[in-house]
Design a binder for this molecule. Structure first.
Ligand code: ATP
Ligand code: MG
Length: 764
């Protein structure tokens, strides 16, 4: 069977045009990603070696999905394609080549927290005002410079930049940038932006290396090209320079990362860079109903800056777009949850058909609460990764230090954790001594008596000895044995074990989970090197979506609009459509920023296949206070004929008129009659904001009268109830008396290991 039959004419042409530069700039849902997927499969069927194909995607998840689809056509050869995000692909290359630009090949990757912590240290050392030089601001500034390939020297010599810094009273930014770069280098560390910046340095300074990769990657493809920054653009341009077999796909209307340096010029210049580029138009949206596509078009038409595009759908007209007003953020969460339950029942859908999208992460709180109350299973994407949890980062810092003792951030993290009497003053002294003597922090503590007074010298020296002994163990043992040794000997496991609070137990379990993961890794047969430093290498690049154990689990998806790019769901809820939230308050100062917010709204709308729900609240807790909210201007921009208005809760009757708001909406609702009292002023909610932690603690409401049972005779197969995790079944018991570990499969949250003596279990 001709597998290209699943493509329309233009898509097919773009797939078959394998040689030379190709560009597809087309609207959402028109099959751009599908073209890349088919193109790769087509290349491989034509005999191209998958090792010679490089595909750059926006998320690792997207790469994984694409690989799965390709392997359904070409089989296991799909494993050999180079495919992933810019960061993961070039981290992999730098692992081989970093020594050529003066870095150890096992360099550490500093995540955003590490970078910000380093910036804070530098600011303190330079005695700079942390309001004027807020670490987030400084981080953004450095990141921006790097993504535009502005080196420290260029930064300091660029008159425009200097003038800008000087006028804003931040004349030290150049110096901070310089210190930051030097400190990362000394620590053998690259931050996220370095993974691209240093790749550029590598390719520029080492023509032989460039040549090697130009010949390796004979075919290059980039998805979501509209969101590449200058640094990424240049890497791609260089790698493709010999053959120019480069295919880029994107949509200028979905460019949503200008704030991170993404540059729409990359699309506009493509034709200039490659005059013989073949451009293909894709106009048919296969994803969404006509109503959804029309709404998206009507919104984006308000942007002045855009490429002409015609997008249409041949799918059913579909239902109108539903707008819901709630009286508070909590009500909004409740109404979304109720609506999902109703839609699921009416249309016979699974939970995973639904996605809730929001502008800011903080909004997930009220959504979660609504879903939990009604027992709707959900998963938050793009949240804190497993590897970003404190206890996990602590243990990993020990691993990092074992393999790279120069790693300054890892050092600061664990020098006094678990507590060993090394105070802040001592640490400050170590940092100062390192700076004055051009040494790393670790070198200072190895020679401690020279720099520190007796008592502190002894404490830090024994820490140094411990780390050195870990390195010896690591050389002679597999990943798991090394990890376990470090977890035990560092005192970290003991420290967590002695914390008997629920949170403490959770942290202990997380460490166990990490160790289990390492064990699995050290038993893998499909890879040659199974040492701990290999396991460690790119952990900093993982997001919580990557270690999603069961991506097919039937849950509602919650995520920010930014992380929903490229995805699709039968039913989508876009929540919090209020002025100052969406569009964000920060975007109201310039047309360019407002247009980016509008593109973000366009991205959100175009994720929906069958049904789109929009909602806003008239009051919301933000930054700890209750504020009144106005509906978003974006709602105004939708042509009323596509809308259906609904208020799920009746408000108590009061005299205050909401006339303005009514007029606004009445002019939009073409069919549904709006009843007067829906518009009366709501009573402000009295609920206080609830922290996520306390929410988590409320995950399960224990059966009334819940009392732990005597579990000394617990048997495999027995059903139990846990105070927080809910109902489950014991699937394994191990360990000796008094220290028995039970593996329980909980209905709601899956498998967990529990220490029986602490777990509050009720045998059913
Ligand atoms: P986005 O801009 O959101 O990234 P996209 O242009 O990459 O969208 P795809 O995700 O590739 O679009 O396609 C959207 C949906 O339409 C997918 O479910 C895809 O399988 C389907 N699709 C695309 N082209 C066709 C086609 N020719 N026939 C049938 N279905 C198609
Ligand atoms: Mg896509």
């Amino acid at each position: 069977m001709d597998f290209l039959a699943g493509l329309n004419t233009s898509q097919k042409q773009a797939v078959e045009q394998t040689e030379g530069p190709v560009m597809i700039i087309a609207g959402a849902g028109s099959g751009k990603t599908r073209v890349i997927t088919y193109r790769v499969a087509h290349l491989i069927r034509k005999g191209v070696d998958p090792f010679n194909v490089l595909v750059l995607t926006f998320t690792n998840k997207a790469a994984k999905e694409m690989r799965n689809r390709i392997s359904s056509v070409v089989g296991s050869e799909a494993k050999n394609i180079w495919m992933g995000t810019f960061h993961s692909v070039f981290a992999k290359i730098l692992r081989v080549e970093a020594n050529k630009i003066g870095y150890p090949n096992n360099f550490t990757i500093y995540d955003t927290d590490d970078s910000k912590s380093l910036i804070k240290t530098i600011l303190k050392e330079m005695s700079l005002d942390d309001k004027l030089y807020h670490h987030n601001f400084v981080y953004g500034r450095i990141s921006n410079a790097k993504n535009n390939l502005i080196s420290v020297q260029e930064y300091q010599q660029n008159e425009t930049i200097q003038a800008e810094d000087f006028t804003s009273g931040r004349g030290f930014l150049g110096k901070i940038y310089e210190t930051y770069v030097n400190r990362c280098f000394k620590a053998g560390a690259m931050d996220f932006d370095d993974l691209l910046f240093k790749t550029n340095v590598l390719l520029k300074e080492h023509p032989d290396v460039l040549y090697k990769y130009q010949n390796k990657f004979k075919y290059l493809m980039v998805d979501e090209y509209q969101d590449t920054n200058f640094s990424q653009y240049l890497i791609v341009k260089k790698l493709a320079a010999i053959r120019e077999n480069l295919c880029v796909v994107g949509d200028d209307a979905q460019s949503i990362y200008a704030f991170r340096g993404a540059n729409i010029q990359n699309i506009l210049n493509f034709q200039k860079d490659y005059p013989d580029v073949k451009v293909y138009k894709l106009e048919q949206n296969y994803r969404s109903t006509q109503n959804i596509v029309n709404v998206a078009n009507s919104i984006i038409a308000n942007n002045k800056n855009q490429l002409e595009k015609n997008v249409f759908s041949d799918n059913e007209i579909g239902e109108k777009i539903k707008i819901t007003r709630s009286f508070s953020d909590n009500e909004e969460g409740k109404s979304v949850a109720e609506s999902i339950i109703q839609e699921r029942g009416n249309n016979n859908l699974e939970w995973k058909s639904f996605a809730i999208l929001y502008r800011t992460n903080a909004q997930s709180r009220s959504m979660e609460e609504g879903l939990r109350k009604l027992n709707v299973p959900y998963k938050i994407y793009g949240g804190l990764s497993f590897y970003q949890r404190k206890e996990i980062k602590d243990l990993i810092a020990y691993f990092r230090l074992t393999f790279n003792p120069s790693d300054e951030e890892a050092f600061k993290r664990v020098i006094n954790y678990p507590a060993r009497g090394i105070g802040k003053t001592t640490l400050d002294r170590i940092i100062l001594a390192a700076d004055q003597n051009q040494k790393t922090l670790f070198e200072i503590i190895c020679d401690a008596p020279k720099y520190l007074e007796n008592r502190s010298a002894m404490a830090v020296e024994s820490f140094a000895t411990a780390i050195q002994s870990f390195a010896v163990v690591a050389k002679n043992s597999n990943a798991y044995d090394t990890a376990l040794h470090i977890a035990q000997q560092s005192g970290l496991l003991k420290d967590l074990y002695s914390d008997k609070s629920v949170e403490g137990l959770n942290r202990y379990e997380n460490i166990q989970e990490l160790l289990n993961g390492i064990k699995e890794f050290s038993e893998r047969e499909d890879i040659e090197e199974r040492s701990l430093d290999i396991f460690m290498q790119d952990i900093a690049l993982l997001t919580n979506d990557d270690n999603d154990k069961d991506p097919n689990k039937d849950t509602v998806s919650l995520m920010t609009i930014h992380s929903s790019k490229g995805l699709e769901y039968p039913q989508v809820y876009i929540v919090g459509l209020e002025e100052n939230l969406f569009p964000s308050q920060m975007a109201l100062n310039s047309r360019a920023d407002l247009e980016e917010e509008r593109r973000l709204f366009y991205v959100a709308i175009t994720r929906a296949e069958k049904r789109l729900h929009l909602s806003y609240a008239t009051s919301r807790f933000r930054f700890g206070t209750l504020i009144n909210c106005e509906p978003s201007r974006f709602l105004d921009e939708i042509d009323a004929k596509y809308l259906e208005l609904e208020f799920t809760q009746k408000a108590p009757r009061e005299n205050t008129s909401f006339g303005d708001e009514r007029n606004k909406w009445q002019s939009k609702t073409s069919e549904k009659t709006v009843q007067g009292d829906f518009f009366s002023k709501p009573k402000p909610p009295t609920t206080k904001p609830i922290s996520t932690t306390s929410l988590l603690a409320k995950a399960h409401v224990p059966t009334p009268g819940f009392a732990p049972s005597d579990t000394s005779k617990l048997q495999t197969g027995q059903e139990v109830e846990h105070e927080r995790f809910g109902f489950g079944k014991v699937i394994n018991l191990e360990g000796s008396k008094g220290d028995i570990k039970a593996t329980v499969f909980f209905k709601e949250i899956g498998q967990k290991q529990l220490l029986l003596k602490y777990a509050k279990l009720r045998i059913l």
